[in-house]
Design a protein around this ligand. Structure first.
Ligand code: SAM
Length: 220
């Protein structure tokens, strides 16, 4: 492992805004903030938004800055990437931000039913060969359902045509409601600046490669 990664992992341990699955034995200890993120961590009653597969957490940080009355939690399994977002939020004393290092498949161990108001999925791996690993597959959506409030919305930003068409088809089959559907965000009129002004690390790569950026908003 590179020195840089080891240094980031060491620093991750001092960030009070970063929770890591390795610190909790999920079989014997319940994650202490499950059902209590607002009471014990954020200390307010504001809605909780998750960014799944957040990487460096660009949306997590930007949403929390734009909307001071929401609490945003970025989730990813890669500690060296989370380090970037956690360090920025920690040093800037951003109180409505947290990061959680874990696999998204175990998300219901970290949140209680009805605890989450909204989900953003930003540039997930399209997983062309393994549907069960796609973050918009019915298997994952069932997991989200178990923690989301009724009528909660899910936002998907992606460069992958395959994932876009798969998600739309699955939405139709599963009777999820598509609320917004843009196959080229940067060639769209009257668009919410939230979709164009915040660019993630991977999004910038895909833009350089002249890929269209896609946005879907749906309700499950
Ligand atoms: C292509 S990157 C996108 C990162 C960031 N959202 C961006 O746009 O720059 C996908 C991210 O999802 C994370 N990821 C994929 N599947 C995951 C899972 N099941 N649990 C946790 N993280 C996952 C990866 O670790 C990776 O950081």
């Amino acid at each position: 492992m590179s020195k840089n990664k080891l240094a980031r992992f060491a620093e991750n341990k001092i960030f009070s805004n970063l929770f890591q699955h390795t610190d909790y034995d999920s079989y014997t200890n319940q994650f202490p903030l499950k059902g209590k993120w607002n009471e014990l961590y954020f200390k307010n009653e504001n809605p909780i938004i998750l960014e799944l597969g957040c990487g460096r957490g660009e949306y997590t940080l930007a949403l929390s800055q734009r909307f001071p009355n929401v609490n945003v939690i970025g989730i990813d399994r890669k500690g060296a990437r989370l380090w970037r977002g956690a360090k920025t939020a920690f040093e800037a004393n951003m109180e409505n931000v947290a990061f959680l290092r874990t696999g998204i498949d175990t998300i219901s161990q970290y949140f209680a039913p009805n605890e989450v108001a909204e989900i953003w999925i930003t540039f997930p791996d399209p997983q062309p060969k393994k549907e069960r690993r796609r973050l918009t597959s019915p298997i994952f959506i069932e997991r989200y359902k178990s923690i989301l409030k009724p009528n909660a919305v899910i936002h998907l930003k992606t460069d992958s045509q395959e994932l876009y068409h798969y998600t739309k088809q699955t939405a139709q089959l599963q009777k999820w409601t598509i609320l917004e559907d843009m196959d080229d965000v940067y060639n769209h009129e009257n668009i919410d600046s939230l979709l164009t002004e915040i660019q993630t690390f991977y999004e910038k790569i895909w833009i350089k490669e002249e890929k269209s950026i896609i946005y879907l908003k749906f309700k499950i």
